[in-house]
Write a protein that binds this ligand. Structure first.
Ligand code: PEP
Ligand code: MG
Length: 553
């Protein structure tokens, strides 16, 4: 680590997620098992290392059971199953025997013996040309890391040793290379006060999750990363993108309402009929805040996030369970569920996607679903079953043109042939410029549209949504962008159809006036943003309010 900073220092990064926190830093431990101790033992050492292995297995076993219980209560039984599988791997007699045998026959320490035993099974599975075995290999790798964490006295994912510093990130600001969706979901997010990362753009999925969880986050801080040891006090201003290291009391006072501990509750603002604000949800757990904030429906359920979190695909029954819960909870309000939108930064490690030179222009979204119709089919049947409990809007991600959308619809209909279903409406994500320019043809066949400004900005202005170096160019302050939005709204209005906006732009109070002027009357934002958006709408001077604006109801 480079020389640590000792006096108050301000560093400018890229604002990813608003809010202000003051807390100690905890570093995410990216390379925690690179330099494991490996050495030969004397006879006493052999006994000691057998004991260390047994104790580590017990500790991991108890920890896995605690996580399993928590996940089962907070997320669901299906997601919790992965931890049952991990416990079985951990206590598999062949694995345990191999570790102890290695200590005896090679006189090697516990870390070396654990690593070789797990690597042996992992590499054998990786040689088999099957996705199922590769998934198992990933699971074996996970269990190995947990055991090595315990043996080396490391916190599972954070760098500091001991309770005083990291405490699994509780009331801490986590510093990492990159905020990945898996990491955001995996960390005990309820207690984290902020993220500072080297890389990551404002609309990376990790950033979106941070905003949904109400956690301030900043990226693009470059070399600063190497000068922030665990325990450094920092003030993170996720609104402006600034990080103040060792902030003086007057700096903290000037920053105003900065969090020091638990996340501040957001006040509810009542719905406004003229500007409907629905909720973006990523997991079932997001339903509760959506209801608490009086969301006027679910405008976007990103189904891929739970798959990333669970580390495996869901069955038709598991999807049905989730979708029915969404529909029932919303009691007749609109529920829009997006088909799996994977690829690019939302890759599934267990999914066989060959490495791509240019993944954001690669095999993703609807293009990928057309190549893997069984993935679309499982969700389609679950959506049909869910629609028996109330109307469901099905959203097709990353649509490129009308032929592609028609093909997606055809596969959907084919998959649900013979399934009983209720009302299903099919909509297009407008996030690829070619689709936006073909809004007339697409809205002739689609029932509704949803503008995904996160990807649309990226593809329209050829600027990577995940790259903080070009973040200055990733914005909507150009008339040509608003002309495009207006043209989609006009096409929708002509056909009596609704087009909403579900990208992050919709959750920015400063953009409410422009969206309204462009004719948008429905937006979908993360639950925590709902009050701020309603307040911003209330503060607008709305010259067109009594005119026939917007698209159809
Ligand atoms: C978008 O692109 O605006 C969108 C809502 O989808 P995602 O952020 O999941 O890519
Ligand atoms: Mg998108």
């Amino acid at each position: 680590m480079d020389q640590a900073i000792e006096n108050e220092t301000v560093v400018q990064g890229v604002a990813l997620s608003g809010g202000c926190s003051v807390a100690k830093v905890c570093r995410f431990n990216e390379r925690r098992h690179e330099n494991l101790p490996m050495f030969h033992l004397d006879q006493d050492g052999v006994e000691r290392e057998h004991g260390r292995v047994d104790r580590a297995i017990d500790v991991v076993d108890t920890h896995l059971e605690t996580i399993r219980k928590r996940v089962e209560t907070e997320v669901g039984k299906a997601e919790a199953e992965i931890f049952v599988a991990h416990r079985m791997i951990l206590k598999d007699p062949d694995v345990v025997h191999r570790i102890h045998d290695f200590i005896d026959t090679h006189s090697m320490n516990a870390e070396a013996s654990v690593a070789q035993a797990f690597d042996y099974y992992e590499s054998r599975l990786l040689k088999l040309e099957s996705e199922v075995f590769r998934d198992r290999a990933n699971d074996i790798g996970e269990v190995k890391h947990r055991l090595l964490d315990v043996l080396s006295d490391l916190q599972p994912t954070l760098q500091c040793q001991g309770e005083a510093h990291c405490q699994r990130g509780r009331n801490r600001i986590v510093v990492a290379d990159e905020l990945t969706p898996a990491m955001t979901v995996d960390l005990d997010a309820s207690g984290i006060l902020g993220f500072i990362t080297r890389r990551g753009g404002v609309n990376s999925h990790g950033a979106i999750l941070a905003r949904a969880l109400g956690i301030p986050a900043i990226s693009g801080v470059g070399d600063l990363m190497d000068r922030l040891p665990c325990g450094t006090e920092v003030l993170v201003n996720g609104g402006t993108g600034s990080v103040v290291i060792w902030p003086l009391p007057e700096t903290i006072a000037k920053a105003g309402n900065c969090r020091r501990e638990a996340i501040v509750q957001v006040e509810v603002v009542e719905p406004i009929a003229a500007y409907r604000v629905l909720a973006n949800v990523n997991t079932l757990a997001d339903l509760e805040p959506a209801l608490a904030m009086k969301a006027e429906g679910i405008g976007l359920y990103r189904t891929e996030i739970e798959v990333i979190a669970a580390g495996r695909y869901f069955s038709e029954d598991e999807w049905t369970d989730r979708m029915v819960r969404m529909v029932r909870a919303m009691q007749g309000k609109p529920v829009t569920i997006r088909l799996l939108d994977v690829g690019s930064d939302k890759t599934l490690p267990f999914m066989d996607i060959p490495p791509e030179e240019n993944p954001s222009l690669g095999w993703r979204g609807l293009r990928l679903l057309l190549g893997r119709p069984e993935l679309l089919g499982v969700q389609a049947r679950a959506l049909a079953r869910a629609s028996m409990h109330g109307p469901v809007n099905v959203l097709y991600p990353m649509v490129v043109d009308v032929d592609q959308f028609r093909e997606g619809r055809r596969l959907f209909d084919e998959a649900i042939r013979g399934c009983p279903s209720g009302t299903l409406r099919h909509g297009v994500m407008f996030e690829v410029p070619s689709a936006c320019l073909a809004a007339d043809a697409l809205l002739d066949v689609a029932d509704f549209g949803s503008i995904g400004t996160n990807d649309l900005l990226q593809y329209f202005f050829a600027v990577d949504r995940d790259n903080e170096r070009v973040a200055y160019d990733y914005h909507a302050n150009r008339p040509v962008f608003w002309n495009l939005i207006r043209s989609i709204v006009d096409e929708a209005r002509r056909r009596g159809k609704t087009v909403s906006v579900c990208g992050e732009l919709a959750g920015d109070p400063d953009q409410v006036g422009r969206l309204y002027q462009a004719g948008i009357r429905d937006v979908s934002v993360s639950a925590r943003r709902i009050p701020a958006i309603r307040t911003a709408y209330g503060a607008l001077n709305k010259p067109r309010e009594n005119q026939p604006g917007g698209n159809a109801a």
